[in-house]
Design a protein around this ligand. Structure first.
Ligand code: GLY
Length: 571
């Protein structure tokens, strides 16, 4: 039924929209548009998939607030964006409510009770990444459904209304995009290796754009969640399916692990930057902490005068990235388990000291610039939502890698995460993102693995000004950092701030990664300073909403199928 409604809506958009929306919209042979940006007045949703953005917009139009729209979008992403949208993974929500409260909900996966520090090491002490990254043992206890039920108290509409579009999309199917067809085809081998029963994402012939993906088992799981709430996932039939799946592949998630899972509200990472108030995700995400470190390390320097993507500005930003990521590796972990010297890490004096060895015009060195002295495929998905009541929501969720562990829970139809790889399986051995860690991020039962997800809201005079976030593993904080600097310092439009080339340095490896369209002359100048530079595939898929007076500008990243929808568009 929803598919029919969407096709109808898409047809209406095509028929009446010229002039109302961005010129970047295009048909993709699927019957709906991918709309890259929109200016509007009454609310907006930007997500990784047009159908999910449309679901969120529809909820706003039905009188839902930004949290309602976020819940519905998140559930729809679990159906239409199975590479990262999920109910088998985890995530973080950062929200600013109309009454002025800032809310952070942590629904990061947890290590199962049977997990142990050296569980991925072989008898010679080598990390077996085939176990931490693939299959049943790679999964942490999923947090997404508990997270959604922690969000419900801030919503207005009945939950049954918010989940129904996802159920309809799973049950009736939807037309996949060209990018999705290609992604299912290239993951076929892993799906076949990790699953003993047929999965919805594999078919005998090649997937093509416009093919319909139907997920009946997932629809039934979503119905159990609709009818029984959180228990419809963590107990009863769904929990039994998960545990039965675990037993097929030496997995260790138990019924008790599921029953005991709880999402947590945590105090926001809340700091000022040149008069703006930045609200971001605290630990167990490293995102907010290192975003704060990076912004504070440039705050006292006139980066605006250095101009966008000159060798000077890129070098400064690279060097603050290096220092923040060195601290990430040394000091950060789940605050419920380890002591983190947070106050010091973000203090003015400490950050000033960190920049003492910064030399303009000369590349730093990660062997010399280590963590400060204190006595510590990148598939995730982000969506941003704003309503016309003053509520703003930024949510990033993840299965970790694309399609997580590639294990689909038989009978329940959803993919389990491979988030255990975000722990440090062995000190000094990089994980799939090249991130290093130590005991602070070692595996322990019920501990949350360190994340990089950085859902962020910037307030101007106490009101939402920017809602931002991105997928991208360890590149997430640097992409959010650069997007904020582009807008707040280089006065760039939201469209350019999202789409202009990005770069990334994470201390180890000591290498500056740049996108293909990064300016060649700046690359040369940076190489002359001594930087080791690698051109890499796209960095992140940033979704931004900017609020300027009554005007809302919503932008989906050019790098994927990302899509922005707005309520009451301005022609
Ligand atoms: N799995 C990616 C992250 O949480 O950082």
């Amino acid at each position: 039924m929803y598919l029919k409604r969407f096709l109808f809506a898409a047809a209406l958009t095509l028929a009446f929209a010229p002039g109302s929306f961005s010129q970047q919209q295009k048909t993709k042979g699927v019957g709906y548009l991918i709309q890259k940006n929109i200016t509007c007045t009454r609310g907006a949703v930007v997500s990784a998939h047009p159908l999910a953005s449309m679901v969120g917009l529809d909820i706003l139009k039905q009188g839902g607030n930004a949290v309602d729209a976020a819940i519905a979008t998140q559930l729809a992403l679990a159906v239409v964006y199975p590479g990262a949208g999920n109910i088998g993974g985890g995530g973080f929500m950062v929200a600013h409510l109309k009454d002025g409260r800032n809310i952070c909900i942590d629904y990061r996966e947890k290590a199962p009770a049977k997990a142990s520090r050296d569980m991925y090491l072989d008898k010679d002490g080598n990390v077996q990444t085939n176990l931490s990254q693939y299959g049943h043992l790679a999964s942490g206890v999923p947090g997404t459904v508990a997270g959604i039920f922690s969000q419900v108290k801030y919503a207005k509409l009945p939950f049954s209304k918010l989940i129904q579009p996802a159920i309809d999309l799973a049950e009736n199917g939807f037309a996949i995009t060209a990018a999705q067809a290609s992604s299912f085809n290239s993951n076929k081998k892993e799906f076949l290796e990790q699953n003993k029963t047929p999965v919805a994402f594999v078919k005998e012939t090649e997937w093509k754009v416009g093919d319909i993906l139907i997920q009946k088992e997932l629809a039934n799981t979503l119905k159990r969640i609709r009818d029984f709430g959180q228990k419809g996932f963590y107990e009863g039939e769904t929990a039994a399916f998960i545990v039965a799946e675990m037993q097929k592949g030496n997995g260790i998630i138990s019924l008790d692990d599921l029953k005991n899972y709880e999402a947590k509200e945590r105090p926001a990472c809340d700091f000022s930057y040149k008069g703006y108030q930045v609200i971001s995700m605290p630990l167990p995400s490293s995102g907010g902490v290192i975003l704060q470190q990076m912004l504070k390390m440039i705050e006292g320097r006139n980066i605006a005068a250095m101009k966008f993507q000159t060798a000077r500005s890129v070098q400064l930003m690279t060097e603050v990235e290096r220092r923040a990521y060195a601290d990430r590796a040394e000091f950060l972990g789940d605050p419920d388990f380890v002591k983190v010297p947070l106050k010091t890490l973000v203090s003015e004096s400490y950050l000033k000291e960190r920049m003492k060895d910064y030399e303009p015009g000369k590349a730093g060195n990660s062997k010399i610039t280590v963590a400060g002295a204190i006595k510590e495929s990148e598939e995730t998905t982000h969506f941003s939502v704003i309503d016309n009541e003053g509520n703003a929501v930024a949510i990033t969720t993840t299965l970790n890698d694309s399609y997580g562990s590639h294990t689909v829970v038989a009978g329940a139809g959803f993919i389990l995460n491979n988030e255990m790889d975000d722990f440090s399986a062995k000190p000094g051995v990089p994980n799939m993102y090249g991130a290093l860690g130590n005991d602070k991020n070692a595996i322990a039962p019920a501990k949350r693995m360190l994340s990089s997800m950085t859902p962020t809201i910037v307030l101007k005079k106490g009101k939402p000004y920017l809602v931002v976030g991105t997928p991208g593993g360890t590149t997430i904080p640097t992409s959010v950092f650069q997007t904020l600097v582009n807008i707040l310092e280089f006065n760039m439009s939201a469209v350019d701030a999202v789409n202009k080339p990005k770069f990334h340095h994470q201390w180890s490896p000591d290498r500056l990664d740049i996108e293909k369209d990064f300016p060649a002359d700046v690359k040369k100048q940076l190489e002359a300073m001594g930087y080791n530079i690698k051109v890499r595939e796209a960095i992140g898929r940033t979704e931004v909403i900017q609020i300027s007076g009554k005007k809302i500008i919503a932008v989906g990243d050019k790098r994927g199928d990302d899509d922005a929808r707005g309520y009451a568009p301005i022609p």
